[in-house]
Design a protein around this ligand. Structure first.
Ligand SMILES: *Cc1c(COP(=O)(O)O)cnc(C)c1O
Length: 392
């Protein structure tokens, strides 16, 4: 079949800085019409002009130009080989774990996102894979739990919601020595602050629902892989599972990405101010924030990332204080999720971590006094005033 594809060529824009790459994407403009906003190809299928001639697109489950623009853009931003866009972060993770075979073992961060835990325990354990959860910030815990059949190390850094930091480069070395893949969930920091592939990760995953999209209006997942073998596996899986992101949602993500740098800067600035304020409140017993110099992972954070992001967790003096805060916030919204323009407060115990056993939650510090806050891009004084009145 002859290819008449206008969308074959794109520029990785290696000469541009990250802040310009997020704005201009892989192709950026539509090569045919010059449309500055990359078009939404809202089509299921593509016409062949005559026998043996294809535009390079046949059917949107296999590939679609809008989704492809997003996938290429994410590969550029994360510095990987190929990107894949999914219907949600969960769908991206399902595809990552589909690399496992019966008898494979995986090491994961102990306070992993609840949905990731559920995928492992409820789906892949059934098909014969085994999972161990360790503090990825402790090299000794990683080494003690490695097995000859450990095929994958799955790291969140910082973790959700305890903000534990893991040394990606050091873990990558350990993974390589053991012939295991290193997967990093980069949802919290995004490639604006942290590029795990440069530090040795084999796969980066995201809940694109969070900072990449940034506006709390779309569910999406991203995976970026580094080798042709991994890319081949992901192509085969997505083709069969049909879990790829729709054209319109892909466009929303592309649109959100254009302001990623600006948003992340503001999230970061606001979070630093709110974290400092929280720490000074008598009702706040402990603040978990990677930007504090006395945070256990501060040194690693400053070495492997260029910012601390917009996430803070804290423990109040009583369950009552926690419930009061959640009920009394006004501008701040009591809702699950994170990474959007709006500041959201979440109660991990019954929301994001509801599928994690209570004992595990208690051990990690996720108790009935524990609150997670995703700092938005509003005026920081309004965020602080709202917290102040809600806690009073
Ligand atoms: C939200 C989230 C996910 C799951 O993503 P969805 O888009 O909700 O499916 C995975 N990992 C982390 C760290 C998350 O915050």
């Amino acid at each position: 079949m002859t290819n008449e594809c206008y969308y074959d060529e794109f520029d990785k824009k290696e000469h541009l800085a990250f802040d310009s790459k997020v704005v201009h994407g892989a192709m950026g403009c539509d090569p045919i019409t010059g449309a500055v906003s990359f078009p939404i190809f809202q089509t299921a299928t593509f016409r062949h002009r005559s026998f043996g001639i294809s535009t390079g697109y046949d059917y949107s489950r296999l590939s679609n130009p809008t989704r492809q623009e997003l996938e290429r853009t994410m590969a550029i931003l994360e510095g990987g080989l190929e990107g894949f866009a999914f219907t949600s972060g969960q769908a991206a993770n399902m595809t990552v774990f589909s690399l496992l075979k019966d008898g494979d073992h995986v090491l994961l961060s102990d306070d992993i996102y609840g949905g990731t835990f559920r995928i492992c325990e409820e789906i892949f354990r059934r098909v014969g894979a085994d999972f161990t959860y360790v503090d990825m910030g402790e090299e000794s815990q990683i080494r003690a739990n490695l097995r000859p059949n450990t095929r994958m190390l799955f790291v969140e850094t910082p973790t959700n919601p305890m903000m534990k930091v893991a040394d990606i480069a050091a873990i990558s070395k350990t993974a390589k020595e053991n012939n295991a893949l290193l997967v990093v969930d980069n949802t919290f920091l995004t490639p604006y602050f942290q590029r795990p592939i440069q530090l040795g990760a084999d796969i980066v995953v995201h809940s694109g629902t969070k900072y990449l999209c940034g506006h709390n209006d779309v569910l999406a997942g991203i995976a970026v892989v580094t080798t042709p073998e991994l890319a081949e596996h992901f192509h085969a899986e997505t083709k069969s599972r049909g879990n790829q992101l729709a054209p319109f949602d892909s466009w929303l993500l592309l649109r959100g990405l254009k302001t990623l740098s600006l948003r992340m800067q503001r999230h970061n600035e606001n979070a630093l101010a709110v974290a400092k304020w929280l720490r000074a409140q008598p009702k706040v017993k402990k603040v978990y924030y990677t930007g504090f110099e006395d945070h256990r992972g501060y040194e690693i954070s400053t070495r492997q990332a260029t910012g601390f992001g917009g996430m803070i967790s804290f423990e109040l003096d009583s369950e009552e204080s926690a419930h009061k805060l959640l009920s009394n916030v006004k501008m701040i919204l009591f809702a699950e999720s994170l990474g959007g323009t709006e500041t959201l407060v979440t109660y991990p115990l019954t929301q994001t971590h509801e599928s994690i056993p209570r004992e595990t939650c208690e051990r990690l510090g996720i108790n009935e006094r524990f609150i997670r806050i995703s700092i938005g891009i509003e005026d920081v004084n309004d965020i602080i005033s709202d917290l102040e009145q809600a806690m009073a």
